[in-house]
Write a protein that binds this ligand. Structure first.
Ligand SMILES: [Fe+2]
Length: 259
């Protein structure tokens, strides 16, 4: 029967998830009527399955987006208690994504860094009124103990959200330092995931280039000097240099206009 072998090969390909259009070539008049009829039916079935898979993917992406937006809105609610944090998470997400892209992360991984940047300080929701209302540049030892808990609190709050993937770890590690003197776990060097090292740089950069109660925003030149000083003991030196190049070439504006 002309075309039967090709028909079988096409059906096997399709059943393996490879939706090739080769099946449609078997519907021409050159082939046995039985082969044409089966090819037409399988072709139609393939198109329907493809359409359903596409719709499912869209729905899944939509769900992931709304879950992220819900959590991000809660994180932004922090600005009601602490005006400095207004826009901070979004800017950190934006700078972090730019640095991740420049360091060669694929788009999925860039997105994880962006998400971690937006949510990195989520755990601050657990701060007491004393910490939120403190305007002293040197918090007490007791306050420091509380402040240092926020990456762990953020991790605990968000750990059930599977869509965060590695972003959860970046949130947990955004105050770790390369020399091991950071918190909450005192990780060092390679133990700190690259995505977290990126979020740390974006976090420090936004903190020093934004007006705060006790400190005017630093100039770009001053900010680069501070970043370079922190490179080594605290921040990843290679990533700091890449970040400086990124900002020199593309500026801050695209991130400053974040919501
Ligand atoms: Fe933080």
């Amino acid at each position: 029967m002309k075309g039967l072998t090709e028909l079988l090969a096409c059906i096997q390909e399709i059943s393996g998830g490879n939706y090739s259009n080769d099946i449609m070539s078997l519907t021409s008049g050159d082939y046995d009527p039985f082969v044409r009829e089966v090819a037409e039916s399988v072709g139609l079935m393939m198109v329907r399955i493809e359409a359903r898979e596409f719709a499912l993917e869209q729905a899944h992406d939509g769900l992931k987006r709304s879950a992220f937006e819900t959590v991000a809105s809660t994180a932004r609610a922090l600005s009601l208690r602490d005006s400095y944090t207004k826009g901070h998470g979004d800017r950190v997400g934006c700078y972090g994504a730019r640095l991740a892209r420049r360091s060669g992360f694929d788009e999925d991984s860039v997105n994880h860094v962006r998400i971690a940047g937006v949510l990195h300080d989520m755990g601050k929701i657990g701060f007491s009124d004393t910490v939120f209302s403190n305007e002293d540049t040197r918090p007490s030892e007791e306050m420091l103990v509380e402040i240092r808990k926020h990456p762990q609190w953020g991790y605990e709050m968000l750990k059930g959200l599977s869509f965060l993937g590695p972003a959860l770890d970046y949130i947990h590690c955004h105050h770790e330092r390369l020399d091991g003197t950071g918190y909450p776990r005192g990780l060092s060097g390679e133990q700190i995931p690259p995505g977290a090292r990126i979020v740390s740089i974006a976090d420090v950069f936004d903190a020093i280039t934004t007006d705060r109660n006790y400190q005017k925003a630093r100039t770009l030149h001053e900010a680069f000097t501070i970043l370079r000083k922190l490179a080594g003991p605290s921040l990843d030196p290679d990533l700091v240099e890449l970040f400086i190049i990124e900002i020199e070439e593309n500026g801050m504006e695209s991130c400053r206009t974040q919501k």
